[in-house]
Design a protein around this ligand. Structure first.
Ligand SMILES: [Ca+2]
Ligand SMILES: [Ca+2]
Length: 221
């Protein structure tokens, strides 16, 4: 009797295992990220910034997402708190170019600014990649990434990343780490959140008070 019970248990456990593998292995593949040319090598050691992430020292491991996931921000409309940039155009943020050189970044005004990308419809989002500026090693402050159901961010706002440690940008205290900008961009896990709008904050960087973007890619399906 006991033996039968054990067999039954093992059998149902195996069925469960096979079943769950089928669900979770739903064709996860590495997302395809076209990386720009790296502009500097090594790590600056003279940065005294609180809670600064150590560089990995090797390429970022592949990021897995369901098959068919792609950059759904490409060519989409971007709104900004500074809609008259002195250098560059807001459109640069979703034009697909990630070069570090002059002519590829947009410079927004000083202190806290944000940009909002309208994906035009809802997607399940898996990763958000941001390149602020990678011609030199820089750290941007108050990097906050949110998604929402409406353009004004009043409905179903979810914060995916926040390294504003002192809440100086008013979105709540963040617990994420500062990081040095590189040609790899910063990858933020969007955990499959469903949303149409993506917003990114920043509040200057360690070399000036201005805010820059080269590209933001939003990987969704
Ligand atoms: Ca661009
Ligand atoms: Ca802050």
């Amino acid at each position: 009797m006991l033996r039968n019970k054990n067999i039954l248990f093992l059998l149902s456990f195996s069925i469960l295992l096979i079943f769950s593998q089928n669900i979770f292995a739903q064709d996860l593949v590495p997302i395809k990220i076209d990386l720009p040319k790296a502009m500097f090598v090594g790590t600056p050691t003279n940065m005294s910034i609180e809670k600064l992430e150590k560089p990995l020292g090797k390429p970022r491991p592949p990021f897995l997402a369901p098959k068919g996931t792609k950059n759904v921000a490409l060519g989409k409309t971007v709104f900004s708190t500074d809609d008259m940039p002195i250098i560059g155009e807001i459109e640069f943020i979703t034009d697909g170019d990630k070069d570090a050189d002059e002519g590829y970044f947009v410079e927004l005004g000083p202190f806290t600014q944000h940009i909002t990308i309208d994906l035009e419809k809802e997607y399940n989002l898996y990763a958000i990649l941001v390149w602020h500026y990678h011609k030199q090693a820089r750290v941007y402050f108050d990097v906050i990434v949110q998604v929402a159901d409406d353009k004004d961010f009043t409905k179903n706002v979810r914060t995916l990343f926040n390294n504003d440690l002192d809440n100086s940008s008013g979105q709540g205290k963040g617990t994420d780490w500062h990081y040095v900008e590189t040609s790899e961009g910063k990858l933020i896990d969007a955990k499959g959140e469903k949303a149409r709008y993506v917003r990114l904050y920043s509040k200057g960087n360690n070399s000036n008070d201005l805010n820059h973007y080269i590209e933001v890619a939003v990987y969704g399906k």
